[in-house]
Write a protein that binds this ligand. Structure first.
Ligand SMILES: [Zn+2]
Length: 162
């Protein structure tokens, strides 16, 4: 008949936290070791997949462990996986680019409206052609290059960051 063993600590019930493992001692006696609960692996907050490079520790061990075991050196390192953070960065970047493009288009429309107004006025009144000519040329030369500069700047910065 198999040898019987009994609990050696105060908890005498077969609960989740009181799992044991039979062990044969060097003296030939059969005793038990209490087995710690298995720690859940850290999951990504977005896709719920396991995060690489982070240890699976029980809460108290997690508190005591060094930071290098709990995180990865990246934005949202220990809580979101690399794939998801890459997607987020891409989304943010494209959103910003779209904003830039929208602004440029708005400025272009404004300029077109101004030019149309100026031409209408000049056709109707025919008073001072020299002033109208100045108005036409000034906004074109002043604003267009600025708008053209803003878009490549953003693109260049993001590419460098990557
Ligand atoms: Zn993820």
């Amino acid at each position: 008949m198999a040898q019987r063993v009994h609990y050696r600590r105060k908890n005498h019930y077969n609960t989740k936290s009181n799992k044991v493992r039979p062990v044969r001692t060097p003296g030939g006696r059969l005793t038990i070791h209490v087995v710690k609960k298995k720690a859940a692996k850290p999951k990504c907050a977005d896709c719920k997949n396991e995060i690489q490079g982070v240890k699976a520790l029980r809460p108290i061990d997690n508190q005591r462990a060094d930071k290098k075991h709990r995180t990865v050196s990246r934005a949202y390192g220990g809580s979101i996986c690399a794939k998801c953070i890459r997607e987020r960065i891409m989304r943010a970047f494209l959103f910003e680019e779209q904003k830039c493009v929208r602004q440029v288009l708005k400025e272009k429309k404004k300029q077109e409206k101004k030019v149309k107004k100026v031409t209408k006025v000049s056709k109707n009144k025919k008073k001072a052609p020299s002033k109208d000519a100045k108005n036409k040329t000034a906004p074109k030369s002043g604003k267009k290059p600025v708008a053209a500069k803003t878009v490549p700047k953003g693109v260049a910065n993001k590419k460098k960051a990557k």
